[in-house]
Design a protein around this ligand. Structure first.
Ligand code: SPV
Ligand code: MG
Length: 285
């Protein structure tokens, strides 16, 4: 299912960020057909920085909850693979076991730092990173969609470097290329897309160039748009507001009309199914 979303050029696809079972279930209810298990959002929800502070096993445990709480395909943000080729293939094997549909690996060095923090991050050596991709491909084959993420533009290393890397990663067996940018317009991404000439499908993350309407991508060879961190940021803003208000008012009456009702909580996680199952399976004495 993820392969159909990411690797088909027929229609622009969208992946919505999830960082736990709840955000995954909400994205599914909103109509999204696939999810992005965001490293930034998962780290943040655990109270860590997006700098490989969470261990890979903590991370895959969260991914498992995201996978299990919906039947949607999940593309997992695998950062750089948590180390070298060996760590990357171990991660990929675990992600396959936990039901992920794909993994995106970025050409950063361990420990990584979120792309938007600081300037000119060092890139992994192109051959070494290609080895990480080949190791993952040899380990999980077609079971996981392998997305190679290029940090060359975001790190200030230029378009030629980005294109060179995209070809190397395609040669190494990637199924799609994720090209990241920190500019506030989509021009850089669109230049990449026209230079790349669709050798592999292109995935983008319009976090910084959010004002560009998606119609600008529909007429290009971009296959997939990732809304990478918006549920986490929405939750953060809402929780902060509610906490501040309850603290100031020493009461919850003010926030009550603006927060989810308990009935909404019970409906989202299908408590009624539990009651029906009890009637069927719980033997009364
Ligand atoms: C993530 O969601 O963790 C990403 C996208 O990798 S970004 O934070 O923009 O690097
Ligand atoms: Mg990330």
């Amino acid at each position: 299912m993820l392969r159909a979303l990411v690797c088909s050029n027929s229609e622009l696809s969208f992946l919505m960020e999830a960082h736990d079972g709840l955000s995954a279930a909400i994205a599914k209810r909103a109509g999204f057909k696939g999810l992005w298990a965001s490293g930034l959002s998962i780290a943040t929800s655990l109270g860590y920085r997006d700098a490989n502070e969470a261990s890979w096993s903590q991370f895959v445990d969260v991914v498992e909850r995201i996978v299990d709480s919906t039947a949607l395909p999940v593309l997992v943000d695998g950062d750089g693979g948590f180390g070298n080729f060996n760590n990357a293939r171990l991660l990929a094997r675990k992600l396959r076991q936990r039901g992920a549909a794909g993994v995106a690996l970025e050409d950063s060095c361990f420990p990584k730092m979120n792309s938007f923090v600081g300037e000119r991050h060092p890139l992994a050596d192109v051959n070494e990173f290609s080895g990480r991709l080949r190791a993952v491909k040899d380990t999980v084959g077609e079971d996981l969609v392998l997305v190679a993420r290029i940090e060359a533009l975001i790190g200030g290393h230029g378009m030629d470097e980005a294109i060179l890397r995209a070809h190397a990663y395609a040669d190494a067996g990637a199924d799609a290329i994720l090209i990241h940018s920190r500019t506030s317009s989509a021009d850089e991404i669109l230049s990449f897309v026209s230079a790349w000439q669709n050798r592999l499908p292109v995935v983008i993350v319009p976090t910084k160039y959010f004002r560009t309407p998606v119609s600008a991508y529909r007429d290009t060879d971009i296959s997939t748009v990732i809304w990478a961190n918006h549920s986490m940021r929405a939750a953060m803003a809402a929780m902060r507001q509610v906490c501040n208000e309850i603290m100031a008012e020493e009461g919850v009456a003010g926030v009550e009309p603006r927060i989810a009702t308990l009935d909404e909580v019970f409906a989202l996680l299908e408590y009624d199914e539990l009651a029906r199952s009890e009637a069927r399976y719980l033997v009364s004495r």
